[in-house]
Write a protein that binds this ligand. Sequence first.
Ligand code: ADP
Ligand code: MG
Length: 598
Amino acid sequence: MGIINLLDIQTANLIAAGEVVERPASAVKELCENCIDANAHTITVEIKGGGNSYIRVSDDGCGISDDDLPKAVLRHATSKIRTGADIDGVMTLGFRGEALAAIASVSRLQIITRCHGESIGRILVSNDTDGVVISETGCPEGTTVIVRDLFYNVPARRKFLKKDTTESAAVGAVVEKLALSHPELSFKYIVQGEQKLVTSGDGKLMSTIYAVCGRPFAQTLNEINYTESDMSVKGYISHPGSPRGSRGMQTFFINNRYIRSRTVTAALEEAYSSYIPRGRFPAGILHITINPKTVDVNVHPSKSEVKFSDEKKIFDLVYYGVRSVLMASPERAVFTLAPKEQNDVPDAALVQEQQSHPIPTVQRAAAVFDGARITSADNDIVDDGELHLTLEAQPPETSKAESAQTAMTNEPEYRFVGEVFNAYAIVECSDGLYLIDKHAAHERILYEDLKSSNKRYAQQLFEPVELILSAQECNALLENAALLSQYGFEFKKKQNTLLLTAIPDIISCSASSVNDFISSLASKLTDGDTLPVQERTDRALFTVACKAALKAGIYNDPAHTEWVVRRVMTDERITYCPHGRPVIHLIDRRDIDRFFDR
Ligand code: ADP
Ligand code: MG
């Protein structure tokens, strides 16, 4: 007997559903796209239980006619194309006719709809006990789709869903992208009865950016409006002085459709390459308009990845468009935290980034020296790509008690000779010369200090810094707020934004970089959701330490390097950086003498 079965329609739909609907956010995306295709002006998305238990998407669009309503939930039922030839040049967001069928097969679905000019509406109810039932109902013009108990019949899929807060943040991210792709539409997003976002729909991209990303972020943007033959790129890009710690604020649209594209990302970042350091990213909300026939949106079922018939043309459009704005950009002037000692300078005042930081008083102390710590530097010292960030680390003052205690030990003294290549400290000891990698060493010190006590001292910021973060990043910080506060990071929620109110006392950074810093921290906390929380925290602390450490290749006050040297010479743990690279290397005095025939 043969073993190949023809699957029944329900099973086939269930399998197809997995491709179109992965999680509540993908269902919301499909439902909202249908509203946009139906020429709606106002779209409301409401969810409960992270969208797992309840999703409602309402619009004031054209509605679904009596004839079409039963077909809407069938597979391959679409009003948007008729034949394969129509796929080329499709301008609507949907066209596969799969979404409603897919969602219906994995949930309890209702569609309530009334066409313009009709006196009465219809309600379609679809569930596995009654199948599809349609009846008359009173309702406003437009369409409301309600999805209950998503994946109730696909336990395997449910297992992969994250916590409700994570799922609602993902839904939020989808709504934000859709709102940014259609500034002429008004979006409303409600979670558990609380309104999270509302956009005006006044047609101005800047109004939507204000609503979605907040005012401080909007203020870091420059407008871009560039046309090259029949293509154009419009929108906003970040000021070179306000780079970001992740690609979270890069959002691209082709012909009003949100897309992901390596080509566009590469072009944007390449254009900024001589303006911002490696490891930092530009923000860009770019609307690209091209001939729809030159882009293939049919590559992926969720349609976010696109293929261009001429990638180079798109690259050049974005690259030269962005370049033209950057070249015309005025002098850099950025927000910087004023040094703590200068109380007359208001905190977070507009001052030049090159602001010098106060020099800490470092008291020389006799060193405790343990030869076992010294490692051979067989490993090459590698640039980790984080070396040029503008964060300035500021060693804490050495307390008198601490110095006295160290001074009492009878260990050999050392002499800090100086620093070479803005990277290595040279230290003289009786047994030879030590080379100390200042970045690697400082990174390790910060990492150990952050971890060392249960409760880090938090330094309260004079003025809380309003953070510009993606919904996911925000969520990650809030979920881990208690843990982060143990390390000295404190936050306060203010409406839809998050305020940073304190940072660990051992860290100092400028307001312009603090956001970048915190967003990297947040993304480390969300990376690898499956890892134990301690492991994720550890990685987040690595990032903090790495970003806040003195940078190789960048000049800093010798007192800072000297402070690092003192810690290396007195603390056994500072042997390798958290990434495993050596911190210190001994050139044996006997080898030096031998070399010079002494
Ligand atoms: P597609 O969008 O690919 O055509 P869907 O399964 O998402 O497929 O929707 C099927 C059809 O249902 C659409 O082609 C459209 O005619 C109709 N439809 C779905 N949602 C709406 C809505 N909000 N307003 C009007 N018509 C809708
Ligand atoms: Mg659709």
